[in-house]
Ligand binder design. Structure first.
Ligand SMILES: [Zn+2]
Length: 283
């Protein structure tokens, strides 16, 4: 209890924020909240090249691959103030994610390729457009790159579980991209009404968050992920996960927490089928 309180006091919350990925119309990020954004600006371009059947999302072969491959992941500690240690952590985390998901794609008989990782210390424009104010990370599907921002504030007080979860979320979007799920999402969004677009966005984001939790479970013993750190993270999202977004494109806090728990408890991508979930489950 005491430890959790001190974690919060130490500003862990800052690192935990940044649920995920905003959609094109949702750029009004509130300052002070770290958000993570990939914009489907390149969606049309990608979609034009590739057919995007709905079944890629609702019935992905990834859902039938069982538990995510266990990965022995030891990305090391992030020493306070050490940019080098922070970078090493992000690179090693990416390796862990590559290993786990490559195995899963092999099981699903789907083609796998690694995302690029670009670590930045200031907000840079990228193939998907301008960096969204307040974002801590971005996955851009146009260049299949994860952009991870190291800020002075995070360097001062790095929280490994929070950073790992954020990165696994961005990687979750890469998984969606490779599996054809994102292409379906981008296409469906184009012909949807405003409220239907928001719901599609929530399905997309909540699934990335669930994939993230699936991965976090598999490294629980090696990172490690102490149960109290995980519980703290989920509780934080339950109470605050919706607050950084101008519209409900990421889901209510309780929806986010529910999908995190689902993924973490099952450790199976198959538990993350937000595309077939009831509208209530993605509210
Ligand atoms: Zn996201």
């Amino acid at each position: 209890m005491k430890k959790l309180a001190s974690l919060t006091a130490a500003g862990v919350v800052i690192t935990l924020a940044g649920t995920g990925t905003a959609v094109a119309q949702t750029h009004s990020a509130q300052p002070g909240v770290q958000q993570v954004t990939s914009r489907p600006a390149a969606a049309q371009q990608v979609a034009a090249l590739q057919a995007a059947p709905k079944s890629a999302a609702t019935n992905s072969r990834l859902y039938r691959t069982g538990r995510l491959a266990a990965t022995n992941c030891s990305p090391g500690e992030i020493r306070r103030g050490s940019t080098a240690a922070y970078k090493r952590f992000l690179q090693r985390m990416t390796n862990c994610l590559n290993k786990a998901w490559a195995t899963q794609f092999r099981k699903a008989n789907l083609r796998f390729s690694k995302p690029r990782l670009r670590i930045v210390t200031r907000k840079v424009n990228n193939a998907c457009g301008r960096w969204v104010s307040g974002a801590a990370g971005v996955y851009c599907s146009a260049d299949r790159t994860m952009y991870m921002l190291i800020t002075k504030r995070e360097l001062r007080d790095p929280f490994a579980v929070g950073i790992a979860r954020l990165m696994a979320h961005e990687y979750g979007h890469h998984v969606q991209q490779l599996a054809g799920i994102s292409n379906y999402y981008f296409q469906a969004r184009q012909r949807a009404s405003r409220s239907a677009q928001l719901q599609l966005s929530r399905r997309h984001e909540l699934q990335a968050e669930c994939f993230s939790a699936v991965f976090m479970r598999t490294i629980a013993h090696s990172l490690p992920v102490p149960q109290e750190h995980w519980d703290h993270t989920v509780n934080w999202f339950r109470e605050n996960g919706h607050k950084g977004w101008a519209q409900n494109d990421h889901g209510k806090g309780r929806s986010q927490a529910a999908w995190m728990e689902r993924g973490y408890n099952s450790a199976q991508p198959g538990s993350c089928n937000t595309w077939k979930a009831s509208s209530r489950a993605v509210a």
